[in-house]
Design a protein around this ligand. Structure first.
Ligand SMILES: Cc1cc2nc3c(=O)[nH]c(=O)nc-3n(C[C@H](O)[C@H](O)[C@H](O)COP(=O)(O)O)c2cc1C
Ligand SMILES: [Fe+2]
Ligand SMILES: [Fe+2]
Length: 339
């Protein structure tokens, strides 16, 4: 199957409707995804990207129906991760000498994955590849957006991507394509909404009751604040992280267990730390029975993860009684008024 992108540019990728987990089990994608591969048919024929490895054979079979594989002049690899380059080994079986254009970091990562010495041609920002008919591809390195090898290419005359942004996953942006660029600019600029996200795990619901009463306190003090609550062991962690990303404040709760914190809470902190979120405040809460280390551990971890710490947190011994619930409500009210 091909879909026309514009003029002589065709989409020849794969839509993976069933995909729910991605990068092993690390990320969720509730509606599947696509691996976008493009074929440009000018005087020169160019293939940009392939698809994920499990679809390699299907991809090459389909591609061979579109074009005699020997007529592909150049292959462009914008990103070496396996969901885009995974069909290269299958394709290169048929056309082993075809030049592959990528960044010098791309050569390292493609070789690192497939251990093959194909006909690599390193390109830098501003390098051009003439395709005939007055058109050329201009390369733009995009180091660490999101791997060292990442790059984009611009097709002159057809103006892809100034008029069209042809992505490597998901939708191709045709109508007002800069809308997505503007979104990314705002997300990358310490993005925040008027939201507080409360995340926790619990064994006997004490910490959950605390979470709910803190939420109630916030709502009573300022009902304009969007409050979201997640039990971490029952929620999709990517959904949780999305909500934390949108928030100005994150409250995190764990009971003390074996002088530590619950593993679901420790896990999400590890993930948040790696994301380097900016301009966010946080505080900890949780129940305990005797030694009660969880609040101190959580607060230290939040500090190390780049959050500014609002206060020393709130601890409740065993299951919350009426007085403790009042304290939680009050804790929430005080947090709601923080500017
Ligand atoms: C397996 C286990 C280990 C625990 N270890 C500790 C501990 O080291 N220190 C402590 O203060 N409380 C400890 N507790 C007590 C809990 O923190 C206490 O029961 C708390 O009220 C549970 O809160 P929750 O209702 O949110 O699960 C432990 C409880 C369990 C079940
Ligand atoms: Fe990637
Ligand atoms: Fe990808």
């Amino acid at each position: 199957m091909n879909i026309k992108v514009k003029n002589n540019v065709y989409w020849v990728g794969k839509i993976d409707w069933e995909l729910r987990r991605f990068h092993g089990n690390e990320y969720s994608t509730h509606h599947g995804s696509s691996y976008n591969s493009y074929l440009i048919r000018e005087e020169k024929n160019v293939l940009i990207e392939t698809v994920w490895m499990p679809f390699a054979k299907e991809f090459v079979d389909n591609l061979a129906k579109e074009i005699d594989l020997n007529k592909i002049d150049y292959i462009i690899t914008n990103h070496a991760e396996i969901d885009h380059s995974g069909a290269l080994p299958e394709l290169m079986k048929y056309i082993p000498d075809t030049p592959i254009y990528c960044t010098s970091n791309g050569i390292k990562s493609i070789k690192g994955h497939y251990h093959e010495d194909w006909n690599f041609n390193p390109v830098k920002t501003g390098d051009k590849l003439p395709l005939g008919n007055g058109k050329e591809l201009i390369f733009v390195e995009m180091k660490m957006l999101h791997w060292p090898d990442s790059m984009a290419c611009y097709l002159t005359e057809d103006n892809i991507p100034i008029d069209i942004i042809a992505t490597s996953h998901g939708v191709i942006w045709r109508k007002n394509p800069t809308q997505i660029v503007e979104k990314y600019l705002s997300w990358a600029n310490a993005y925040q909404e008027n939201q507080i996200t409360i995340i926790y795990d619990t064994m006997w619901d004490g910490t959950k009751i605390m979470a709910e009463n803190i939420a109630k306190g916030i709502h009573e003090a300022d009902e304009k604040i969007n409050v979201k609550l997640f039990n971490l062991s029952k929620s999709d962690k990517n959904d949780v992280i999305t909500e934390i990303f949108k928030s100005k404040i994150m409250l995190i709760g764990s009971p003390t267990i074996n002088h530590g914190i619950l593993t679901s809470v420790a896990g999400i902190i590890e993930e948040i730390k790696g994301l380097g979120l900016k301009n966010k405040k946080a505080a900890a809460f949780g129940c305990y029975g005797w030694s009660g280390e969880s609040i101190k551990i959580l607060t230290e971890q939040l500090d190390k993860s780049g959050f500014s710490i609002i206060n020393e947190g709130i601890r409740v011994m065993w299951n919350p009684d009426k007085e403790s619930l009042e304290r939680c409500l009050d804790f929430g009210k005080k947090i709601a008024v923080i500017k």
